[in-house]
Design a binder for this molecule. Structure first.
Ligand code: SF4
Length: 242
């Protein structure tokens, strides 16, 4: 059974949510340029890229290619680059930083402590993210309130970071809405979703989940729930406190 068969269940007000999302993207392109979409190539992100392409908006997409992605994710990235109207940029970590870190801590350092896992995310995700967003007024993410307790307050337009606005056009979409859109529009998606991976990140840090498990249970599953963000979506003030 495919993820579309399993999950596609639109909310009663799906059409209104879709219209709101489209309006926000059109407004964002006009008001917040230059801006980019951050894509992990997960289900939410392929929906947003599909909408950007469908609306012919001048919003490039970028992907953080950490060097640890699944083969399925890399194949989807190639297909997206070939089919997307809007440019798809790839940002990779500094080779020197990766080589030094792996030589010092080993390839499986992330399992040894939260500090080492965050150090790996820092090198492979956070530094490339800073480069990707340099000079941008805003960025677009696929965050949804339903994804986890830590994301329950996600606003459509987040102005809490003085550096740049974060737009979350799917903030109030359900998982059923996301898959309804994918199914109805034949959007290309990561086949790992058909193997019970709702949230897909780097290969060593992502596993499939079982029925009834929490949405993000397959990410950094050896850590406490509270620690489960890679830093990409940690609020400015929380970063400062840390
Ligand atoms: S998700 Fe895992 S492999 Fe990827 S950057 Fe973070 S710690 Fe490293």
């Amino acid at each position: 059974m495919s993820a579309v068969d399993l999950h596609a269940r639109p909310s009663r007000d799906f059409e209104a949510k879709l219209a709101q999302t489209q309006q926000l993207l059109v407004r964002a392109a006009a008001e917040f340029a230059p801006l980019k979409q951050a894509s992990s190539l997960g289900a939410e992100d392929v929906v947003i890229t599909h909408l950007i392409n469908g609306l012919a908006l001048d919003i490039p997409v970028f992907v953080l290619e950490t060097g640890m992605l699944h083969a399925e994710t890399l194949a989807l990235l190639e297909r997206l680059r070939a089919s997307s109207r809007t440019p798809v940029e790839i940002y990779r970590p500094s080779n020197e930083s990766v080589v030094t870190f792996v030589a010092r801590e080993g390839k499986e350092a992330m399992y040894r402590s939260i500090e080492l896992r965050k150090a790996c995310c820092g090198i492979r995700k956070m530094e490339p993210l800073e480069r990707a967003l340099a000079g941008q007024k805003a960025w677009i993410t696929g965050l949804r309130r339903e994804q986890s307790n830590a994301r329950a307050e996600v606003p459509l337009v987040d102005t809490s970071d003085a550096k740049r606005v974060k737009l979350n056009p799917l903030a109030d979409w359900s998982w059923g809405d996301v898959w309804h859109y994918i199914g109805a529009n034949a959007v290309d998606y990561n086949p790992l979703h058909d193997q019970f991976y709702p949230s897909i990140g780097c290969a060593p840090c992502t596993r499939a989940i079982s029925l009834g498990e929490d949405f993000r249970a397959g990410r950094w599953w050896w850590e406490d729930e509270a620690a489960k963000e890679c830093g990409l979506h940690v609020k400015h003030e929380e970063k400062a406190a840390a």
